[in-house]
Design a protein around this ligand. Structure first.
Ligand code: AMP
Length: 538
């Protein structure tokens, strides 16, 4: 067979010609602006010329500080295809983390959305390697960015009049194409570098029928940010098969999301569970029409089974549960039940984290280093390897995270004999009580099954007798009234008696990380600082 490199350049050439009629629609607040993939290809070429003009060469890092929108997609197409490295900066991080990441990655150019200019202005003079900032949006005031050590440009002016084709670089398929930092809640964020090969292979896998099954007949609403694990690989997967895209820009609240869904009628969408929880509240109140959606993929944290059921049974939308990490590009496993499973059995499979994607090998390792059997009982830390699983962190020697050529995920769980993974916790969130492990995730799922509960997060707190005991922090739905005894009573036939939480805190909102996961570190701290009003059951 011919050996041709797997490259983003080829992906872009294919997607913008063969699928040139597919579209990207970006929400503006009261409607959409649109461009075809063919137009995006021409604009990507202009952007590449513009960036060359600014001195971008070799594997220079071009960062994006952007929401999900057309220009961000143009950067996805242009930067790796010109041989440079696309670095998607998470604009929701604390300023110190943004500074750390941009300096660590040695970004030379930042492409910035007009709506976040002020955010960037707050850190720009601390970014040691950034020479140019390119701002999208004609009318944006560049004033806040002035005098901070970088040359300023306007995006459209940078593109204006440039040639609409570019001699894309296709060299080494193992070369760096893009990078993304983990949103770790402890320690400094770590950089994961994706190669051209890993991205192309991951895109193919993402499009497989039993993964997202994207096709030219789909229109995907990409809610998960492009700065979070490459929007779960959806932009490149869509480019590969000509799936049109709907981009929400900064409008990520339930109301505008529902307006977008009603107007543009996407068939597919992807977001973390907390986004869908908000959308569900609106739908349950009779607002919104989601009948166009054939399926939505949910991951990033465990999807409560109650959320899946509510969407399917009340609103006829199928939720597909998937697991992954920044380090795994991110798709690792997808929960589609075996063909023969029906009814309750199918639901049980769908609530798991699913079966590993082909090419992603998984194993479970016990604390003593032995490999754990797949018997749906024995629990261990999940380790993975495969062509889109990272082998290292950027400029970071971190032997703790790797084990004989496998990535240590920090997730703890079990496998059924037929290969379905159930994650019971992050290694650091497992509650160790009286020598036994309590899964905080199982407790959360059980509590969130109560109709009056909107959200629940469980953390282990120190206990003299047991070592640790679970503390449940609960957000009660508006207009509902439940106390510790109601909830404990509700759990009695759902979880083992010794696991039942005694201590309950009722809070307004579960604190979240920059990418919408429950931030249990904050809850533990609030408890330690005696900021939580804790009530006891019984
Ligand atoms: P990130 O790199 O920010 O995407 O975070 C990856 C981590 O999110 C994983 O290691 C898991 O702990 C968690 N995660 C992702 N998907 C799921 C899921 N479906 N269920 C439970 N945890 C998940």
């Amino acid at each position: 067979m011919l050996k041709t490199p797997l490259s983003i350049a080829r992906l872009v050439r294919h997607g913008t010609t063969v699928h040139g009629a597919a579209e990207c629609a970006t929400w503006t607040g009261d409607g959409f602006r649109r461009a075809s993939f063919a137009q995006l290809g021409r604009r990507a070429a202009q952007l590449a010329h513009g960036l060359r003009g600014l001195g971008v060469h070799g594997d220079d890092r071009v960062a994006t500080f952007m929401w999900n929108d057309q220009e961000h997609l143009e950067a996805y197409f242009a930067v790796p295809s010109m041989g440079a490295v696309l670095h998607t900066l998470n604009l929701r991080l604390f300023p110190e983390q943004i500074v750390y990441i941009a300096n660590h990655a040695e970004d030379s150019v930042i492409l910035c959305d007009g709506s976040v200019v002020e955010l960037l202005a707050g850190v720009l003079d601390q970014l040691e390697t950034v020479e140019h900032v390119v701002v999208c949006g004609d009318g944006t005031d560049l004033g806040p960015l002035e005098g901070k050590g970088a040359q300023l440009h306007r995006y459209d002016e940078l593109l204006d009049g440039r040639p609409e084709s570019f001699d894309w670089v296709e060299g080494d398929e193992d070369a760096a194409a893009a990078m993304c930092y983990t949103s770790g809640t402890t320690g400094d964020p770590k950089g994961v570098v994706y190669s051209h090969r890993s991205i192309v292979l991951h895109s193919m896998a993402a499009c497989m029928g039993d993964a997202m099954g994207l096709s030219p007949r789909d229109k995907a609403l990409i809610i998960v940010p492009q700065f979070h694990a490459m929007a779960w690989g959806m932009p490149y997967a869509a480019l590969m098969v000509g799936c049109s895209l709907v981009m929400p820009e900064r409008f990520l609240q339930p109301e505008p999301l529902l307006a977008m869904i009603e107007q543009e009628r996407p068939t597919f969408a992807g977001a973390v569970p907390t986004i869908w929880q908000g959308v569900l509240t609106e739908l349950d109140a009779g607002r919104g029409d989601v009948s166009s959606l054939r399926e939505v993929v949910v991951g990033g944290s465990a999807c409560p089974p109650s959320l899946m059921r509510a969407f399917e049974e009340r609103h006829d939308v199928r939720i597909l549960h998937a697991w992954g990490m920044t380090e795994t590009s991110p798709l690792g496993s997808v929960a589609r039940p075996p063909a023969a499973a029906e009814g309750e059995e199918a639901w049980r499979y769908r609530a798991t984290q699913g079966r590993p994607m082909s090419a992603v090998e998984c194993r479970l390792v016990a604390e003593d280093g032995s490999v754990v059997p797949w018997d749906d009982e024995a629990v261990g830390e999940l380790e993975c390897r495969g062509p889109w699983v990272t082998a290292a962190y950027h400029r970071e020697d971190d032997p703790e995270k790797f084990h004989d050529g496998w990535l240590r995920t920090g997730d703890v769980g079990r496998f059924t004999p037929d290969g379905f993974l159930t994650l019971t916790d992050r290694a650091k969130d497992v509650i160790k009580s009286g020598g036994e492990w309590i899964s905080s995730v199982s407790l959360e799922n059980a509590i969130m099954g109560h109709p009056a509960v909107a959200e629940a997060a469980v953390v282990g707190i120190p206990d003299e007798k047991w070592g640790e005991r679970p503390l449940a922090s609960v957000v009660v739905r508006e207009g509902e009234d439940v106390g510790p005894d109601d909830l404990r009573g509700y759990l009695e036939d759902k979880v083992a008696r010794w696991q039942l939480p005694q201590l309950w805190a009722f809070i307004d909102e579960v604190p979240k990380t920059s990418v919408g996961k429950f931030d249990k570190k904050v809850l533990r701290q609030r408890f330690a600082d005696e900021e939580l009003e804790v009530r006891s059951a019984g």
